[in-house]
Design a binder for this molecule. Sequence first.
Ligand SMILES: Cc1cc2nc3c(=O)[nH]c(=O)nc-3n(C[C@H](O)[C@H](O)[C@H](O)COP(=O)(O)OP(=O)(O)OC[C@H]3O[C@@H](n4cnc5c(N)ncnc54)[C@H](O)[C@@H]3O)c2cc1C
Ligand SMILES: *[C@@H]1O[C@H](CO)[C@@H](O)[C@H](O)[C@H]1NC(C)=O
Ligand SMILES: *[C@@H]1O[C@H](CO)[C@@H](O)[C@H](O)[C@H]1NC(C)=O
Ligand SMILES: *[C@@H]1O[C@H](CO)[C@@H](O)[C@H](O)[C@H]1NC(C)=O
Length: 546
Amino acid sequence: MLCFPNQLLLLLASILTTVTSAPLEHEEFDVAAALQSHGFQVNQYADLATLSSTSSTRACEIACKALEQHYGAESIDRPDEATYTSFLGAYWSAIQSDVHPYCIFKPSAPEAVSVLVLLSRFTQCPFALKSGGHAAFAGASSIEGGITVSFQNLSGIALTADKKIASVQPGNTWGSVYSALQKDDVAVIGGRVENIGVGGLTTGGGISFFSSLYGLACDNVVAYDVVGAQGDIMTARKTENPDLYWALRGGGNNFGTVVSFHLETVPLPGGKMWGGSLIYQESSFNEVCKAFSATVDNIANKDHRAGMWLAMALQNGTKVASVEHYYSEPDGQKSPAWEPFKDVPAASDTRKNQVLFNYTADVQASNPYGLREIYYGLSFLASADVLIAAKDIFYEEIVALDGVSNLLPVLACQAFTLPILEKMQKNGGNPLGLEDALKEGRPVYVMQVASWWDHREDDAAVYGVLSKILKRIKAASVAHGAANDYVYMNYASMFQDVISSYGAENKARLKAIAANYDPTGVFQTLQPGYFKLDRAPVPGSGYFSH
Ligand SMILES: Cc1cc2nc3c(=O)[nH]c(=O)nc-3n(C[C@H](O)[C@H](O)[C@H](O)COP(=O)(O)OP(=O)(O)OC[C@H]3O[C@@H](n4cnc5c(N)ncnc54)[C@H](O)[C@@H]3O)c2cc1C
Ligand SMILES: *[C@@H]1O[C@H](CO)[C@@H](O)[C@H](O)[C@H]1NC(C)=O
Ligand SMILES: *[C@@H]1O[C@H](CO)[C@@H](O)[C@H](O)[C@H]1NC(C)=O
Ligand SMILES: *[C@@H]1O[C@H](CO)[C@@H](O)[C@H](O)[C@H]1NC(C)=O
């Protein structure tokens, strides 16, 4: 056996990790050859072979046609087909339904995603990914004139024999996942509404009913299978491509296309849990805000099984607050977490034993499809005073939108409790930049102003007023010493630079990782939608950013 001095061994180890940690792309990377290695021969398609001499305005026409020839007519939907129209109708927000791709591509194997990414590089036709289609703004999971990838035929769900890991493809919604796993008395850490996609929620973070017990959805992904810029299907986990693994846990669509999420399961016999809403009138709002705040601390100190959101709305001129309480076991009313709410009289109380899947279906019913939508968010360090100030600012400013047809504005607040912040440190942590809050022992309140409305003509008015509300809430958080940069990707608007909100250091690290895996910026330029490493989806708008 050879003997090396320790220092040399260390040096060797560090060289080895640098060399093997990433499949670096060489300058001479040949896209056509890579396509060929995935069974796609460029020279079999006349238009592709001559592409360099044809006009780039035909890029998407040529790419869609090649995909259709290679994978069959079933795999491509075009504007003259009923399937295309129904696909557009399946976005939650009408703003996304208004975007018209050149074609929709439905891969039915991960390798077809490799071909799509490489073909986009070859032709320069841009693409977007639609999982559950619940992102609210144009271009998030849609692309005008490009290729929108529908994952509907990549919808596998597999549970390991020991029931510890559920492998879920991005064509699934949380409803389909929960109902499949329920038979085996397990669940995963995912969304709280049936039709939310596994793809978007998990790549942005993912607040679950069980997050104080286990962390966010992204903190419970054991491994990702991801198609990178070179079309290779890589695995990212703690021991394999660890930098990519870290980046994917909240870094959005910037590093690759996830074709399988391997999720750690949690026990949930029969899907049985507990939850429901308490409704309050305006006279109790300040008390509700204080009770919310005290409950966040109670959850940390007394009972991690509990969770909650608070929503204050203006419904047909009436101010109404709703507090959702939920619990990871039946009979959650017994939890000491709710003590602060005992003395606040509710107008109604629907809390009861629930079955996870059915609970998510019920919440779905209050989030109708086909309206214009915005989610617009910020965060601050736990403070009942800022919460109360935010509520006052919201109701003061929102009246400016009185004339907007079918407007339903909501100010929502949720907490990254201390146990959630702790669980974010699992498996090497995530890039969200919340370690300081944890060190200071301050939970983070994730706030969101959301609304739906009917008509495009009102868009600018809605954006202007919501932006003003958030600017004032941000100022209130600064004034109360509770400012926090972080913006939750899954609740952010197109005007927000989410990656910058993770902090300069994490942003630099994310960019370095992307530069390594994707040196030509495929996921920045050929997949231009959503929160990019260096910009908001709609940069420089002047509206509130972060
Ligand atoms: C009614 C409602 C309820 C919600 N409830 C919750 C909740 O309980 N908890 C929570 O945390 N959030 C919640 N959200 C926010 C939600 O997480 C985001 O809207 C999320 O983006 C939706 O995911 P999706 O797959 O449906 O979205 P899509 O619009 O399909 O995708 C959003 C983004 O994700 C990217 N993406 C999708 N699939 C992949 C993939 N396979 N690989 C790489 N990138 C991908 C896309 O590029 C796109 O930019 C809710 C939203 C709504 C409207
Ligand atoms: C996709 O799945 C549907 C059924 O959900 C099937 O009818 C269709 O043929 C599949 N398409 C492809 C391209 O595999
Ligand atoms: C609001 O008022 C309008 C007309 O007065 C009515 O049609 C609608 O159902 C009301 N909406 C709610 C949520 O109460
Ligand atoms: C839950 O939903 C399933 C599927 O829709 C349904 O069959 C079942 O009866 C529901 N269970 C309860 C308890 O509501």
